[in-house]
Design a binder for this molecule. Sequence first.
Ligand code: PLP
Length: 402
Amino acid sequence: MFDPYKVREDFPILGRKINGHNLIYFDNAATTQKPNKVIEGISYFYRELNANPLRSVHSLAQNATKAYNEAREKIAKFINAEPEEIIFVRNATEAINLVSFSLPFRKGDSVVTTYLEHHSNLLPWLRLKKNGINVKMVDIDENYELKMDDFEHLPRNTKLVTFTHASNVTGTITNAKKIIKLAHEARSLTLVDAAQSVPHMKVDVKELDCDFLAFSGHKMLGPLGIGVLYIKKDVQRQLSTFMEGGEMIQSVEINKIIYAEPPLLFEAGTQNIEGAYGLGLAVDYLNSIGMKNIERYEEKLTKYLYQKAKEINGIEILSGKSKQFGPILSFNIPGLHSHDVAFLLDKKGIEIRSGFHCAQPLIEDKLKANGAARASLYLYNTKEEIDAFTAELKEITKHLHG
Ligand SMILES: Cc1ncc(COP(=O)(O)O)c(C=O)c1O
């Protein structure tokens, strides 16, 4: 078992005061804080390594290329992929959009997505409707689980089944392996939105057998502006390129272009090398603690959070009903807008998210709510922080209901 109090010493921002109170950072599903190793690593990159990799032949550029390649190798290993299967992008949103623009969809094809999705895994597919692509929405049941029947009876011509591995609202961890198997039986490709799973659990793309997997570095201790699209080797040939330019070619003549092999094929232009390097360091940090340890600790902490939240009269919990769920508590206090709850907590230095969480169809149509307050945890959060948070919620509800 690792020691969360020791871990906290690695995150300078956690020592900050907000509005005169010790910061309690419970907005980890939006973005996570960064350890010294990442913060200092980025500075080191610019002080010691900075050059444009893959292009210039000088020593500095060779060092930058080495750093970029090593980051790719580390990240590949982290999700049990091959380095050539890791495409660096800006974030999970760009990863999903890359697939939506690059897979050759034909009029009459179907894409299957779900009501659990973040807008990032919804809008890229709804956009395709104007090209004559059918979009089927899989519903959720009363426990916020995806209705598996729908995956057993996929529409004819389903080209892609795409779904979240872990919901940023209900916390639901979906049965990805089973969905992927059913989709493959129907000869469909599969894309997993792993933005909320890769940071918190061991994700193995070979075990899942997915064709695409998307995640963001900033939600897993890495820098902003770097994300990953995993594309299974066998599937890479099916994609066209959606951006073209420098370093994704072998040779260019006006009438004859020879393209580079993936992953460079999908990485046109100068990339976020500092971001990739920083994400590699974040992965080193997570590995040094161990994803199993993180998962176990977060499970315990989440259980405690729910236990304390359930003791509060006057809050409605909108998450945590599924068989398995992540470290997320979404809730409302009837009579208060979720933004008001967030403002009141912020006055005490407690930072949570409120609103629609970029999942408006889920919150409005399925949870029948006008937004939600959300506390989301990570490895550096503690029981004491949960005590302070729930004590404050008790105060708020007491004042509201007299
Ligand atoms: C489940 C899920 N998918 C996708 C995203 C999009 O991530 P990003 O904004 O980093 O692209 C998020 C962000 O909150 C998310 O929670």
